[in-house]
Design a protein around this ligand. Structure first.
Ligand code: NAD
Length: 489
């Protein structure tokens, strides 16, 4: 284990407020459990609402001081770049922290999570000096100079989940900081270590005190208090649809802005002419990557009758070759699920699937060892009325069914409360494009199961959310427009 990570894990974790460690007012602690071993490796503060007041005061003062929001844009950009560089320079430590906290293989946190998080900050550092209004040629009688300004929304609360802890934090911090907002980051109670560490790194990078505050604690208490707080101007949330609805309700008090990136149950459609040599492994990794704990996981498989058996058997066989193992196992491709609670939830869904008449074609069991490991699971013989097809499982479970023509599968794919993403496999690109237009989801891959990029907007139709993250669209959530009209008469 990285010495720096070991030292950080062993700290008596506090909160990062106004550029320094601050002990929580609360004596309550939350265990940090390594999902690969089930061992308690540390603990974090279960912060109180008084702690939240301190965060809000620090973030408000930092916003009002104008030191950050009125900083020359090129200077703001260079601080965010420096922040990204510090993530890269501390890659080994951050990757270990993420793996111990979340369970995902160290190879993945090293190659994906930490570089991607630095990438998000860099992408938005590039936006910081390109935020401009426009001049407007108005038609009112008289002579005017009219223009718009783009201004930061203010203090923003960033509430993130446990599946990609640092990536989710960075993808919100990047645009928030580029826009000139000040931030209160609340990581998930299961995975708070990297968030705490980057609080420190942000200050080291040059963020003025109070621009980035990190508070830890349970969502139903601290997350809910943030959502209702009149001193917070916006909440950006990623997590479950149920929690997203609770946040939207709580936010109505001061009508704070809310963006929600919520659950999904993405259809993965294999047309009869698909290149199966690509579609089979692509579909398997589309669901099993990160042990299925991905909001865009391609979890509902629809295969044309003519190739159904070949595809489903192919995915079942492929899934058996995927090595499931602890975070520190260099051979492991898939890690454990996040917690005992999530393990029970996923196993319960597999049981429900069996009772509903689904046929388990691969996996279906907890792996008999310490750690929250579940075999990659494929359930065939499903239909859209079944609970396992309608609800987000958020684990390594694929549900498969047949279709006979494109019109039918377009309807089946849209027959869901969700609309985050979808995947289509075909060699007839025109069919792929036509189907992509018909599917009501925010992100469609044609012959590619995962298409994330910082410049590519992501977000949900229907109950998968409000607004878009990433790209220019993601930045706009943290800005508001002011129109200024000066009479020249
Ligand atoms: P969750 O939505 O409850 O938690 C996500 C974040 O929201 C955490 O930081 C949590 O502390 C916070 N939170 C919880 N209750 C809150 C509240 N009332 N107000 C404000 N913030 C609150 O998710 P979970 O309970 O950890 O997982 C349950 C299910 O959610 C999963 O099985 C999965 O289906 C889904 N999920 C989806 C995503 C996603 O990216 N779409 C991520 C995590 C979980």
């Amino acid at each position: 284990m990285s010495e720096a990570a070991k030292k950080f894990i062993q700290r008596e974790h506090q909160l990062w407020i106004n550029g320094e460690w601050v002990a929580s007012e609360s004596q309550e602690r939350i265990d940090v459990i390594d999902p690969s071993t089930e061992e308690v490796v540390s603990s974090i503060s279960d912060a109180s609402t008084q702690d939240l007041e301190r965060c809000v005061n620090a973030a408000q003062s930092a916003f009002e001081s104008e030191q950050w929001r009125d900083m020359k844009p090129a200077m703001r950009a260079s601080i965010i770049h420096r922040f990204a560089t510090l993530l890269e320079e501390n890659l080994e430590e951050l990757a270990y922290l993420e793996t111990v906290d979340n369970g995902k293989p160290l190879t993945m946190s090293t190659a994906v999570d930490i570089p991607a998080s630095a990438g998000a900050l860099r992408y938005y550092a590039g936006w910081a000096d390109k935020i401009n209004g426009r001049t407007v040629n108005i038609s009112m009688p008289g002579e005017y100079h009219a223009f718009t300004l783009r201004e930061p929304v203010g203090v923003v609360g960033l509430i993130v989940p446990w599946n990609f802890p640092l990536v989710m934090a960075a993808m919100k911090l990047g645009p928030a900081l580029a826009a000139g907002c000040t931030c209160i980051l609340k990581p998930a109670e299961d995975t708070s270590l990297t968030a705490l560490r980057i609080g420190q790194l942000g200050t080291e990078a040059g963020l003025p005190n109070g621009v980035l505050n990190v508070i830890t604690g349970y969502g139903h208490r601290i997350g809910a208090a943030m959502s209702a707080h009149s001193g917070i101007d916006k909440i950006a949330f990623t997590g479950s649809t149920v929690t997203g609805k609770a946040i939207a309700d709580a936010a109505s008090g001061n009508l704070k802005k809310v963006t929600l990136e919520l659950g999904g149950k993405a259809p993965n459609i294999i047309l009869p002419d698909a290149d199966l040599a690509k579609a089979i492994p692509g579909s398997a990794m589309g669901i099993f990557f990160n042990s299925g704990q991905v909001c865009t996981a391609a979890s509902r498989l629809y295969v044309h009758d003519s190739v159904y058996d070949e595809v489903v058997e192919g995915i079942a066989e492929f899934s058996k070759t995927l090595k499931v193992g602890g975070g520190m196992d260099p051979e492991a491709l898939l890690g454990p699920v996040i917690s005992g609670k999530q393990l029970d939830r996923v196993m319960n869904y597999i049981d429900i699937g069996r009772k509903e008449g689904g046929e388990v074609l691969a996996g279906g069991n907890r792996i008999d060892s310490k750690g929250f490991f579940i075999e990659p699971t494929v359930i065939g013989n499903t239909d859209n009325s079944m609970q396992v097809v309608r609800e987000e499982i958020f684990g390594p479970v694929l549900v498969a069914q047949r279709f006979s023509d494109i019109d039918e599968v377009a309807k089946m794919a849209n027959d869901t409360d969700y609309g985050l993403s979808a995947v289509i496999w075909t060699q007839k690109l025109a069919d792929g494009h036509r189907l992509a237009k018909r599917i009501r989801a925010g992100n469609i891959g044609i012959n590619v199961a995962s298409s994330a990029d910082w410049d590519l907007p992501i977000g949900g139709y229907k109950q998968s959310g409000w607004g878009r993250e990433n790209g220019e669209e993601g930045l706009m959530n943290y800005l508001q427009t002011k129109a200024v009209v000066a009479s020249l008469d």
